[in-house]
Write a protein that binds this ligand. Structure first.
Ligand SMILES: [Cu+2]
Length: 70
């Protein structure tokens, strides 16, 4: 499978602590690279070659207390 660049829209981040929490939640998932969280843009970016990781990433963000919106 080829490496895909994923962007998720994340709602609920109000400070750098929030974006750090989202960053750590994504870092806890094996198989993601290039993780970056944009607090002002309300986005999270990562790369993966395994599409099943996208749902894991969304779940991890929700468990951390934030929402992923379309
Ligand atoms: Cu915060």
């Amino acid at each position: 499978m080829s490496l895909q660049e994923i962007t998720l829209n994340v709602e609920g981040m109000s400070c750098s602590h929030c974006s750090g929490t989202v960053q750590k939640a994504l870092e806890s998932i094996n198989g993601l690279s290039g993780i970056n969280v944009d607090l002002k843009g309300k986005k999270a970016f990562f790369k993966t070659d395994d599409p099943s990781k996208i749902d894991l990433a969304k779940d991890a963000i929700v468990k951390a207390g934030f929402s992923v919106v379309p």
